[in-house]
Design a protein around this ligand. Structure first.
Ligand code: FE
Ligand code: FE
Ligand code: ZN
Length: 277
C-alpha cells in the first residue's frame, strides 16, 4: 500500500491531526512542531499522546514526519539566529522523544553573508552539540531548491553535513520533488539517473521520506514555489512514475501542495489510483 499523507495542523492535538489525516485517506502525515515562523510548541498532553498511540496502532499509522520551523537557520551569520536554531532544534527533539513520531525534517540553512564552507561548519557544530545518543528520532536534512545562499541544493552538500555528524546513524534525507527539480536534477526525463546519483553520493539507505510537490517554476530555476499535483512543471506522468519507482515506492510520501484537506483528499485518491504495488 502506498504510504501517503499530507501536511496537517496539530492545533487540535496529535490525535485530532491523525484523525484528520485518516479522514482524507492518508496513512501518514507531516506537521509543524510549532508555528512555521518559530514561536512556542504546544504543551505535551499525556492523554492526547496515549490516544494518538492507540489510534496509530489501530490504523497502521507509522513514520509520521515533524517539520522544523522555517526560521530555524543553523548556518546564519547572525549569532542569535544560530542560538535560536540550536535551542529550538533541541527542544523539538525533546518533544519528539515523547510522542510517536520518528522523523524530524529541517532545512539545513542559508549561509547569508558568509560562505558555503562556513555555513556548513555552523550546521555541523550545532548538530554535534545537540543530538544525543538516546534521541529516538531520525533527523532528516531536506533537499533544497538553492534559492539565495541555501545549503542543500546538491546531494554533495547534504553528504558533507552527514559525513561530519558524529552520531550519523541518526541522520537521513527528505527528498522534496519540487526543490530537487528546481535545483537541476531532472526527475521528469531521467529519474533513474537522479536516483543512481543519490545512491552514489549519499546512499539510498539514508533516504527516509519524500515531499511530493509539483512546481510553479521550471527546471533548474533555483526557486521554491509548490504547485498542486499535475498542475506544475513536473506533471502527472512524471509524478506517477516517481511514486512507483523502486527507490521511492515504500517510503512515506507527504504532500505539501497548496491545498486544504479536501484538495489533499483528491490528490491522495489520484495517487493511490495510480500506484501499481
Ligand atoms: Fe520544507
Ligand atoms: Fe518540502
Ligand atoms: Zn518548498
Amino acid at each position: 500500500m502506498l504510504n501517503i499523507g499530507a501536511h496537517i495542523s496539530i492545533a487540535g492535538g496529535y490525535e485530532n491531526a491523525a484523525k484528520n489525516a485518516f479522514d482524507i485517506g492518508a496513512n501518514t502525515f507531516q506537521f509543524f512542531t510549532r508555528n512555521p515562523r518559530g514561536g512556542k510548541a504546544r504543551a505535551l498532553d499525556r492523554d492526547d499522546i496515549e490516544k494518538t498511540e492507540k489510534f496509530f496502532e489501530e490504523n497502521g499509522i507509522k513514520n509520521i514526519l515533524a517539520h522544523a520551523p522555517y526560521t530555524l537557520n543553523m548556518a546564519s551569520n547572525n549569532e542569535s539566529t544560530r542560538e535560536f536554531a540550536s535551542e529550538i532544534f533541541r527542544k523539538d527533539l525533546d518533544i519528539l522523544n515523547e510522542i510517536p513520531c520518528n522523523l524530524y525534517n529541517f532545512h539545513p540553512g542559508s549561509y547569508t553573508k558568509d560562505t558555503l564552507e562556513i555555513g556548513t561548519s555552523r550546521i555541523v557544530d550545532i548538530l554535534n552539540s545537540q543530538i544525543k545518543e538516546d534521541d529516538d528520532t531520525f533527523i532528516l536534512l531536506e533537499t533544497m531548491s538553492g534559492k539565495g545562499s541555501e545549503i542543500g541544493r546538491s546531494f554533495e552538500e547534504l553528504k558533507e553535513i552527514i559525513d561530519r555528524v558524529n552520531l550519523k546513524d541518526k541522520m537521513g534525507v527528505c527528498f522534496d520533488t519540487c526543490h530537487v527539480y528546481c535545483a537541476g536534477y531532472d526527475i521528469v526525463n531521467d529519474l533513474d539517473s537522479v536516483m543512481t546519483e543519490f545512491d552514489k553520493v549519499i546512499g539510498l539507505d539514508r533516504l527516509k521520506a519524500i515531499h511530493l510537490n509539483d512546481t510553479q517554476n521550471d527546471f533548474n530555476t533555483n526557486k521554491d514555489r509548490h504547485a498542486k499535483i499535475g498542475e506544475g512543471f513536473i506533471g502527472n506522468e512524471a509524478i506517477i512514475r516517481f511514486i512507483n519507482h523502486e527507490t521511492i515506492r515504500n517510503l512515506p510520501i507527504l504532500l505539501e501542495t497548496p491545498n486544504e484537506l479536501d484538495g489533499y483528499r483528491k490528490e491522495i485518491e489520484f495517487l493511490r489510483d495510480n500506484y501499481k504495488y
